[in-house]
Design a protein around this ligand. Structure first.
Ligand code: 5GP
Ligand code: ZN
Length: 118
């Protein structure tokens, strides 16, 4: 864990969050500034800066994040209607929080573009 990381603080319970799923490897909580009716952030319970910093030893986290997506999709009743997963990596993608996170967006038609404008 990293002391000055917002998401590490959420994992440690130092910053409150609206949790939707948790296991030994993963925490998922609602985004504070949702870009869709359902906007959930799924994060590893290990400080990894971004996709660019993933190591082979992190593969269990990657699998558990993907497993969590499926569990959450069923929980939120969007497994059939669908959802979009977005991972911003680095400056040009607009990654603001440097703790790897997967955005799960759902609850409306997302449009044809992969990007969204806010
Ligand atoms: P990024 O732009 O890094 O891909 O996404 C960061 C996301 O984290 C944004 O959608 C932002 O709204 C969300 N976020 C930032 N700080 C907090 C927080 O303290 N709590 C929650 N729940 N979400 C946060
Ligand atoms: Zn962190």
């Amino acid at each position: 864990m990293k002391d000055d990381c917002i998401f590490c603080k959420i994992i440690k319970g130092e910053i409150p969050s609206e949790k939707v799923y948790e296991d030994e490897y993963v925490l998922a909580f609602r985004d504070i500034n949702p870009a869709a009716p359902i906007h959930i952030l799924i994060i590893p319970k290990k400080h990894i800066d971004s996709l660019a910093c993933l190591e082979e030893e992190d593969k269990e986290y990657v699998w558990k994040i993907h497993e969590a997506m499926n569990i959450i999709a069923k929980q939120e009743i969007i497994a059939d209607s669908g959802y979009r997963i977005v991972v911003n990596c680095g400056k040009d993608a607009g990654q603001e929080v440097m703790h790897l996170h997967y955005h799960l967006l759902a609850g409306q038609k997302m449009g044809e573009k992969i990007i969204w404008n806010k």
